[in-house]
Design a protein around this ligand. Structure first.
Ligand code: FES
Ligand SMILES: [Fe+2]
Length: 366
């Protein structure tokens, strides 16, 4: 998991006046909204005797443990220990571990990394998002699901256009052909854009071809948001690791097909239902879960030219992981532990020149 970045963890609408317990980034966390409307996030473990805090209740802006009623407020500090009497001052070490969270674009984002001060910044970086992508309009519909697959594998698939004519042979949107040509990757700030055509293979270069073609643009922003644009539609995918073998995925459909408000919403809903029930659950999933190894290891796959987006993602990922190792001494223990673990198991590390990258991938244009 790449440190010092924001991860989307849940839709904001799911956090109300009841604590929500979740497993994200391999950590048990609890989210709750105080009476001031702010969302807070703790490690879902009471420092007293280890029970799950999400079973407790919200009192004002604090969370009360279900076991002995200790309360935890801002900064995670314990503010009350009923067994010790009203005037008792809880010791400093009696504190829940706090995670920094923010609400943006209809999602809760969790900061996985060192503090702004330890990073030498005046404030934490901005939450990654795509310019011009509406957070909520009448022509959108979003839903979340758990995907039983390692999150690197899940994200890799976002750049895989040439599975469409095979895995989705029987779908509402049939592919115009099997050939990916041309395909270009443009580097962007903390991300990239894959620009490709999926088209009929008539043996001609695209300029001379009269065959059917589909233009697809796939934007990516680290660590885990993707925007796939084709025809008059955009598909936002926001992924977060649950653990090594499961991924939480939020999908939001945007379209520009009709401009009538209620009809637009209904169409976005239909697109989402088709996407999850047919394209993802019945067609993608049975194939995707057979991928070996379940979490990619160096050189495990032989990528080809049409996989340029996957190669760009793995390269960016490696670059960010390498850079983040310099911050190991200031990373919180749970974040540092995952980084060390990934290095040790070599799950997140690619060799300096992966075999696939030696293929003639298009060079970034900027
Ligand atoms: S275990 Fe939470 S108050 Fe005792
Ligand atoms: Fe698919």
């Amino acid at each position: 998991m790449i440190p010092n970045t924001w991860y989307p963890v849940l839709e904001t609408s799911k956090v109300g006046r009841k604590p929500v317990g979740l497993l994200r980034l391999g950590e048990r966390i609890v989210l709750f909204r105080g009476e001031d409307g702010e969302i807070r996030c703790f490690h879902d473990r009471c420092p007293h005797r280890g029970v799950a805090l999400h079973l407790g209740r919200i009192v004002g802006n604090e969370l009360e443990c279900p076991y002995h009623g200790f309360r935890f407020g801002d900064g995670g500090q314990c503010t009350a220990m009923p067994c010790e009497g009203r005037g008792a001052r809880p010791p400093k070490g009696m504190a829940a571990t706090v995670f920094t969270v923010r609400e943006a674009h209809g999602l809760v984002w969790l900061w996985w990394g060192a503090s702004a001060r330890d990073l030498g910044l005046s404030e934490l970086p901005e939450i990654p998002w795509f310019d011009g992508l509406a957070t909520s309009t009448e022509n959108t519909f979003g839903y979340a699901a758990e995907w039983p697959q390692n999150y690197v594998r899940t994200i890799e698939a976002n750049f895989d256009a040439h599975h469409f004519p095979f895995v989705h042979r029987w779908s509402v949107f049939s592919s115009p052909g099997t050939r990916v040509d041309p395909i270009h990757v443009h580097e962007r700030d903390a991300g990239f854009l894959v620009d490709l055509y999926l088209r009929e293979d008539d043996g001609l270069p695209i300029e001379a071809s009269r065959g059917q073609k589909l233009h697809v643009e796939i934007g990516f922003k680290a660590p885990s948001i993707t925007c796939i644009g084709f025809l008059s539609m955009k598909l936002l995918l926001a992924d977060c690791p649950i653990d090594d073998t499961h991924t939480w995925r939020y999908t939001r459909h945007h379209h520009d097909l009709v401009k009538v408000p209620l009809l637009g919403k209904a169409l976005a809903w239909l697109l989402a239902v088709n996407d999850w029930n047919i394209l993802q659950k019945r067609q993608d999933l049975p194939v995707a879960i057979t991928q070996e190894p379940r979490a990619p290891v160096p050189g495990c796959d032989r990528l080809v030219r049409a996989d340029a987006g996957i190669a760009a993602y793995l390269k960016l990922r490696r670059r960010m992981l390498d850079a983040s190792r310099a911050y190991l001494p200031v990373l919180p223990p749970h974040v540092a532990a995952r980084l060390v673990e990934s290095t040790h198991r070599r799950l997140d590390v690619l060799p300096p020149e992966p075999e696939a990258a030696a293929a003639p991938f298009p060079q970034p244009s900027s």
